[in-house]
Design a protein around this ligand. Structure first.
Ligand code: SF4
Ligand code: SF4
Length: 342
């Protein structure tokens, strides 16, 4: 096939764009080895529908581009998810649901492709032998089957693949599979050292983080191949080129990560700690007092992202003179390739 993909472009933080990542609950039917949920920090509540709608109103700005990503735990375990989506659309959000693929409560029958902008499925391998040791037995087959049903029912679908040392060498097998299934978007993510990867039982046995050379050899090339097959691909920047400017999303963008216990973070790397910028209390967004994540955002260090240096320093390499080989970008900075054939 002719190479039709353009080169990846870094998607700078867009003026005025808002991303609201809303964890409606933390319960999940799966037990992934890299699960980022941390119950003592995030709570174990399932938000009642009324509270969920109140909180959506708090963050709604109908005059601005506001992306709402509904998450869990597993969001389709929420019995009122379809109604929450409907209400969010009436508040002018662009709505995505990130599911592990089990689609509880007859989700495909209760939501409609007109109301839901994207339905995202998490898969961490191109077959059960790669995916299931990470996400659980029989997860690949259920997720793949429901994904195909969703495509058939007319939903815009995307797949999220979290890259770690356990699956990076299988990433190249994803694009043909996704193209065959009719998936529109492919989100490649990098493993974050939070939740179980930072605290789980097997954190000492598994070296999750991919070294920079390996990442740079594999990910941009696979992204290009996926775009050549017609997929819109997004992947994290991670390593900044010398001429590129470092920017912290906490200073230049609007991102809210909302948990059912009312914590609201601006930086996902901080989610294992009580460093959230805001709390939702009595249906109001209030500043969380004390030294929190926002106090770290303006700090300038040669390694780039301060929180990365503090919380997951193993992805930083140093030269003999002690300077970092790369600066680490904000984890929210993305690159994308949009296929020219559209
Ligand atoms: S599907 Fe998501 S919430 Fe559930 S165990 Fe896996 S990573 Fe955690
Ligand atoms: S990941 Fe780093 S750069 Fe991005 S918001 Fe968090 S602290 Fe700022």
């Amino acid at each position: 096939m002719a190479d039709i993909a353009t080169n990846a472009r870094t998607v700078g933080f867009k003026q005025g764009e808002r991303n609201v990542f809303f964890h409606l609950l933390t319960a999940c039917n799966l037990n992934c080895r890299h699960c980022y949920i941390n119950l003592p920090q995030h709570g174990s509540e399932t938000l009642p529908k009324k509270t969920a709608l109140d909180w959506l109103k708090l963050f709604a700005r109908p005059d601005r581009e506001s992306n709402l990503i509904l998450l869990g735990g597993e969001p389709t375990l929420h019995p009122d998810l379809a109604e929450i989506i409907r209400s969010a659309k009436s508040m002018r959000y662009t709505v995505t649901v990130d599911s592990n693929g089990f689609l509880f409560h007859d989700f495909l029958e209760r939501a409609t492709p007109r109301e839901l902008d994207f339905l995202s499925f998490s898969l961490d391998g191109p077959d059960p032998s790669v995916n299931d040791p990470i996400r659980g037995e029989h997860v690949f087959s259920t997720c793949a089957e429901n994904l195909r049903k969703a495509v058939q029912a007319g939903f815009n679908t995307s797949v999220i693949y979290t890259v770690s040392n356990l699956n990076i060498d299988h990433l190249h097998r994803m694009p043909p599979l996704l193209a065959e299934w009719g998936v529109k978007r492919f989100f490649i993510q990098v493993i974050g050292m939070r939740g179980k990867t930072a605290r789980g039982d097997d954190r000492k046995q598994i070296s999750w983080q991919v070294d920079p050379g390996h990442w740079l050899r594999v990910v941009p090339q696979v992204a290009k191949e996926a775009a050549n097959l017609g997929l819109h691909v997004t992947f994290p920047k991670v390593f900044l080129e010398p001429a590129e400017t470092f920017e912290c999303a906490g200073l230049v963008a609007e991102n809210y990560f909302i948990f059912p216990n009312g914590r609201v973070y601006q930086c996902p790397l901080c989610e294992d700690y009580p460093l959230h910028t805001y709390n939702i209390k009595d249906h109001k967004l209030t500043k969380h007092e004390g030294i929190n994540e926002d106090r770290f955002f303006p700090l300038s260090i040669p390694e780039g992202c301060v929180m990365n240096k503090l919380l997951q320093p193993d992805n930083i390499e140093y030269l003999a003179d002690g300077t970092p080989r790369h600066r680490i970008s904000c984890c929210l900075l993305k690159q994308e390739i949009v296929p020219q054939s559209g």
